[in-house]
Write a protein that binds this ligand. Structure first.
Ligand SMILES: [Cu+2]
Length: 537
């Protein structure tokens, strides 16, 4: 129960304040929090070492010293956006018979983020982050993953419906120098998915070092809609991460450890510090991905303008939702369409997260959009997007309860050799999920896109009404999820469910389940058994 002795302000951070930005306020105190945690729920900005002065100008936000309870001020547009937003390249692919094959190599590299010297980083096919993979629904795909790291890794396809053996969870380690070739058929709606390591106990370190990328799925339903889809032009990946830099340019990975993990003081978008995007069209579709290990965001625009939320984790919503902000916890995605006027500049910011998430109160700038003097006309956002069934739990064959507390789920920590439960293929279940801590947690399920049936007995807000694979959990609310296990049975390899705050996941806030045919006996294979098999052969 490591959580319970660790306050948010226990990280030993300094608390010098930048002159250019007012202090954010802490979240409102919960009505009846456990006393041991009350003092830890605090928030602050700190100033930045000289070596990252540029980043300081770019709007930084960090939790640190205690503050009194005041409403959080709006973010202010003081960022010196000075670097063109990097756009991850589209991954090349080739056809091997009817199979579309991508090559992906995890490797070590160096990246100069802030102009002060190289940062040792990890990346796929490059020094930091990875290329954007694109595949069509119905396609058979294979990814030839090579591990060029000095340690094992895995590659998990976050949000993908696929066989457990291809899922890239902790049971599929790739040894240094080894090749892993997961293959599956894309069979889910158009969506913004992503990929990242999932090696048990090492996920946070490897993701933070730079191992992450987007995986876009296209389908005919989405293709038939008049939506922006010119990659990097009016359809833009926005991979948001927070990092801190040490004096020598390296990432800080240990200092500032709090209950959540480490919160960085510098925002990177697609690996770019203080980024701006030159916009040439009236509408921009932004594929927002919170690829941070612990930080929760509430994305909005500095001038408060509204935008259309068109998709969540697993694909398009039924219709656009006019919104002024969209909150994303680690791992969540949202697609938005924002309209710009010729010549204007507006910043994407993060407002203070909903106090109910207990995720701090920092507000800061993220990415500036700079519209050209004349813009290409965009067609109106379609009034209707995708169709999908109502979240009807009448056919669910089982109900399970998941209580998140400390670094445990249902009072247990992850055991690679323990199956927490077994589900049956071609069935759906209701999962009742509750966060017992007035502290940030989330819930992510592999293999499947779920639907939220209710939150504390009420229908979810429209923005949570579509396909989801990750949700932020407000304290002490019951989220009833409709989870379906279509297509893939495997009695030997499990899928994971876990908190997606990566340090919590690494600490064991995770469980695993098998999906089997009716009557099939579970036969979990562990790495040790796999090793024994290899020795026999
Ligand atoms: Cu958590």
């Amino acid at each position: 129960m490591l959580c319970c002795g660790v306050d948010r302000d226990a990280g030993g951070m300094t608390s010098r304040l930048p002159a250019h930005r007012p202090l954010p306020a802490p979240p409102a105190a919960p009505a009846t929090p456990p006393r041991r945690r009350r003092g830890g729920l605090i928030a602050v900005l700190i100033s930045i070492p000289l070596v990252v002065l540029l980043a300081a100008a770019a709007g930084v936000a960090v939790w640190g010293a205690a503050q009194s309870g005041r409403p959080a001020p709006a973010a202010v547009g003081t960022v010196a956006f000075s670097n063109a937003l990097r756009i991850p390249p589209l991954a090349e692919s080739r056809l091997d018979g009817a199979v579309r094959v991508f090559d992906l190599a995890a490797d070590e590299g160096q990246t100069d983020f802030v102009g002060t010297g190289p940062t040792p980083t990890l990346g796929y096919d490059g020094a930091y982050l990875g290329p954007t993979l694109v595949a069509e629904r119905g396609e058979r795909v294979r990814v030839d993953v090579t591990n060029g790291l000095a340690e094992p890794t895995t590659v998990h396809w976050h949000g993908m419906h696929l066989p457990a053996a291809a899922d890239g969870g902790p049971h599929s380690p790739i040894a240094p120098g080894a090749l892993w070739q997961p293959e599956w058929t894309i069979d889910q709606p158009a969506a913004t998915l992503w990929y990242h390591p999932h090696l048990h106990g090492r996920t946070r370190d490897q993701v933070d070092a730079g191992l992450a990328g987007m995986f876009l799925i296209r389908d005919p339903e989405e293709a038939a809609l008049a939506l922006p889809r010119d990659y990097g032009v009016d359809d833009v990946p926005v991979i948001v991460q927070d990092r801190s830099f040490a004096a020598d340019g390296s990432f800080e990975s240990g200092s500032g450890m709090q209950f959540d993990g480490v919160l960085g003081d510098t925002i990177l978008v697609n690996g770019t510090v203080a980024p701006f995007l030159e916009v040439t069209t009236e509408h921009v579709r932004m594929r927002l991905l919170n690829a941070s290990s612990a930080r929760m965001y509430d994305f909005a625009f500095a001038d408060g303008r509204s935008f259309d939320l068109i998709a969540t984790d697993g694909g398009l919503l039924g219709k656009p939702i006019e919104s002024s902000s969209v909150p994303l916890s680690p791992g969540e995605r949202a697609e938005i369409i924002v309209e710009l006027a010729a010549g204007e500049r507006v910043a994407l910011i993060s407002r203070a997260p909903d106090p109910a998430l207990h995720a701090g109160s920092a507000a800061f700038d993220v990415l500036e959009l700079r519209a050209a003097a004349s813009l290409t006309r965009s067609t109106a956002v379609p009034e209707s997007l995708a169709s999908f069934p109502a979240a009807d739990d009448a056919a669910a064959v089982a109900e399970r309860e998941f209580v998140l507390s400390g670094h445990e789920i249902n009072n247990r920590q992850m055991e690679l050799s323990r199956v927490d439960f077994v589900a049956t293929v071609d069935t759906s279940e209701v999962w009742a999920v509750r966060n017992e801590n007035p502290l940030p947690h989330s819930f992510h399920v592999h293999d499947t896109q779920f639907r939220i049936v209710s939150i504390d007995g009420s229908p979810p807000p429209p923005r949570l009404g579509g396909w989801k694979d990750t949700i932020a959990l407000e304290w002490n609310r019951e989220y009833r999820l409709l989870v379906s296990f279509d297509d893939y049975a495997d009695p030997t390899t499990p899928y994971m469910y876990h908190c997606h705050l990566l340090w919590h996941e690494d600490q064991g806030m995770m469980g695993q389940f098998l999906v089997v045919h009716p009557g099939q006996q579970p036969a979990l294979r562990t790495e040790q058994e796999d090793d024994d098999d290899r020795h026999e052969h």
